[in-house]
Design a protein around this ligand. Structure first.
Ligand SMILES: [Zn+2]
Length: 231
């Protein structure tokens, strides 16, 4: 298996040789030119889950903005469902159907929904969810592997029936970046450096997913080649 993997990697590098004078392929290379929709969950009238110091919508937006910065630096085209607290009126509840119509109208390559989880205060760690199809499943896996590496969480990818995931016309995942109901994790979620690291993990997971799109199906279905992950 390792030999086969090495051959595939060699083939990918041969197919995408670094520009002359460069020794390595720049990080984020596979994201250049892609269109990505980021949907920070909730907003405006709807704060989402409530922490001791903050709301889910506020945390979702900060992580989404950090992810947008990484993606734009890599040359991706990023569309956000909202990017300022004032984008959604506080006086009336938005309709998730309208948000969904907007997301599908973009024709984006991929949708990343950002949320925070809520439960008993001892629960912690990020977790990635998907609903439709192999592409979304592999995207969720790639992102969750990076989040596991970052946070040491043992949470695994789960299939879940959520409106946005069900009706998205592109590969779509919901990244629950952590439990806002855990005071320690909430403190982390409010720290810009940690928000940035979460966004980085999602970004690298996305990059690896675009890389996997070049792989033959039998390799995709094999267990993840952990010895080849970028660390
Ligand atoms: Zn939420």
């Amino acid at each position: 298996m390792a030999v086969a993997m090495t051959l595939v990697i060699a083939w990918i590098l041969a197919a995408n040789p670094p520009a002359s004078g460069q020794e390595t392929v720049p990080l984020g290379h596979l994201l250049a030119g892609r269109t990505v929709v980021i949907d920070p969950g909730h907003g405006g009238f709807d704060p989402g889950s409530i922490g001791r110091q903050s709301t889910e919508a506020a945390v979702n937006l900060e992580v989404a903005l950090a992810l947008r910065r990484w993606l734009e630096a890599a040359g991706a085209h990023v569309i956000m469902t909202w990017s300022k607290p004032t984008d959604i009126p506080k006086t009336r509840k938005y309709r998730v159907q309208n948000r969904m119509e907007f997301i599908n109208s973009t024709g984006a390559d991929v949708l990343i929904d950002i949320h925070c989880n809520a439960s008993a205060s001892v629960w912690h760690g990020p977790q990635t969810f998907y609903w439709n199809g192999a592409s979304s499943y592999h995207l969720a896996q790639s992102i969750q592997e990076e989040l596991q590496y970052l946070t040491k969480t043992r949470r695994e990818v789960k299939r879940i029936d959520q409106y946005v995931l069900r009706y998205a016309k592109m590969p779509a995942v919901n990244v629950e970046v952590g439990f806002i109901t855990n005071p320690e994790e909430e403190r982390l979620l409010l720290t810009p450096a940690y928000q940035n690291r979460l966004a980085w993990a999602i970004f690298i997971g996305m990059e690896r997913w675009f890389l996997k799109a070049h792989w033959p199906l039998d390799l995709l279905q094999a267990p993840p080649p952990t010895e080849l992950l970028i660390r």
